[in-house]
Ligand binder design. Structure first.
Ligand SMILES: Nc1ncnc2c1ncn2[C@@H]1O[C@H](COP(=O)(O)OP(=O)(O)O)[C@@H](O)[C@H]1O
Ligand SMILES: [Mg+2]
Length: 388
């Protein structure tokens, strides 16, 4: 790195994306090759992961990929069949759930319906034998933290979805765990409330300086709240990275497609130039792309380009731009989404692509219509080559 002149860097720093520097402290949580099977089914299949103290980490993956199972093992509700979980360097296999400095907020909140807000929040404190006066103070503090003042005597069925979520959050924070696990905490909220709650959760995490691990199947949510994301597929971790790297440098085709929308042109590498690969594709002819960071099987690749990185015009661009990564087709569908419009374009080669254009002006001066003929192009640096 540039500020480190004394030690020469190994050849060519592969990527400009910001990745946090390695932490000299041991991780607060170390997951070592953890496996959990149900019968012959491997719900969690050899996951290794370090979580740093104070991190807001998201586990992202489709339904059924093992996120909740992994979280339940961290909380102590399930025991790994293989591997170890270390908290601040200590194996916690023998530590019971309520004795771990880890707490979990469940997906359905799991509030006690017969207890009011105050007693729900106080439940774990009472069980831990905290003195009465201290419980009163702590509950008041938690009620203020999640802004539930005035609702202390209500039962869960007298609360809105957002208020129930806050009670669950307050209850899981009441014992001041070192690590808070949140299983799809926003799943039951409507979109607007979910967005504001995401920002509140981030603010809360910063203020408390606690380690948060959130589970979600929603990539936007993961990218909004988390400083690092682990993408899970069928019990395995596919990639762990900061949001930008996950989106711009996906490690696999599956990650590229799961995290956001992407266009793929399948083909094979025909030539290598400095920092560039030429790829012959069936649907878009010859494309030029930046070299991937890691080596790949060059006989079967796909050139991947995000919709917002494709430029559209009525005519071919002048000069060099027309010579590379330039395709033509017909607009076959348009979706106006407010901030952007997504065009589906049927290319002359037969393939369909998505191109997104930001709507930066209120008046629709440069939108394209159905069946209009357009030219689409993109730069080599904006696409990545992935193994097919
Ligand atoms: N107690 C259990 N018994 C049997 N199968 C289970 C059990 N818990 C989870 N599974 C299965 O393990 C897989 C992963 O589940 P889960 O961790 O809940 O996924 P996610 O939270 O990512 O949606 C699913 O196929 C689920 O059906
Ligand atoms: Mg789940």
């Amino acid at each position: 790195m540039a500020d480190d002149i004394a030690t020469p860097e190994p050849a060519a720093e592969p990527t400009p994306s910001p990745e946090p520097r390695p932490d000299p402290q041991p991780p607060i949580l170390r997951i070592e090759n953890v496996v959990k099977t149900f019968g012959s089914f491997r719900a969690v299949d050899g996951v290794s992961l370090d979580i740093r103290a104070g991190e807001f980490f998201a586990l992202l993956g489709p339904s059924g990929c093992g996120k909740t199972t992994l979280l339940r093992m961290l909380a102590g509700f399930e025991t790994p069949d293989e591997g170890r979980i270390l908290l601040s360097g200590e194996d916690i296999a023998q530590v019971l759930p309520h004795e771990r400095p880890v707490n979990m907020m469940f997906q359905n909140y799991a509030l006690f319906p017969h207890l009011n807000v105050r007693d729900n929040i106080a439940f774990g404190l009472r069980r831990a034998g905290m003195p009465r006066a201290e419980i009163t103070t702590r509950v008041a503090e938690m009620v203020a933290l999640v802004r539930l003042e005035g609702l202390e005597k209500r039962k869960p069925d007298q609360l809105s979805g957002g208020q129930k979520q806050r009670v669950a959050l307050a209850r899981s924070l009441a014992r001041r765990p070192q690590v808070l696990l949140l299983d799809e905490p926003m799943a039951a909220l409507d979109k607007k409330l979910r967005e504001s709650t995401q920002f509140e959760l981030m603010e809360l995490q910063r203020r408390l300086g606690m380690t948060f691990i959130i589970v979600t199947h929603d990539q936007e949510e993961a990218m909004t709240v988390a400083s690092r994301i682990g993408v899970m597929k069928a019990g395995k971790l596919e990639q762990v990275a900061v949001p930008r790297r996950l989106y711009e440098e996906p490690a696999s085709r599956w990650v590229a497609q799961f995290v956001g929308d992407i266009n793929l042109f399948e083909g094979e590498v025909t030539a290598r130039e400095p920092h560039r690969l030429r790829v012959s594709t069936a649907s878009a002819g010859e494309l030029v792309a930046a070299q991937p960071v890691a080596p790949i099987d060059e006989s079967k690749v796909a050139v991947a380009i995000r919709p917002e990185k494709i430029r559209l015009a009525l005519r071919r661009p002048a000069g060099d731009a027309a010579a590379i990564n330039c395709v033509e087709g017909i607009i076959s569908d348009t979706s106006y989404l407010g901030g952007k419009t997504v065009y589906k374009i049927r290319l002359d080669g037969g393939a369909a692509i998505h191109a997104a254009q930001a709507n930066t002006a209120r008046l629709d001066a440069d939108g394209y219509g159905l069946n209009q003929r357009v030219v689409a192009w993109f730069t080599p640096d904006d696409c990545v080559v992935l193994e097919r």
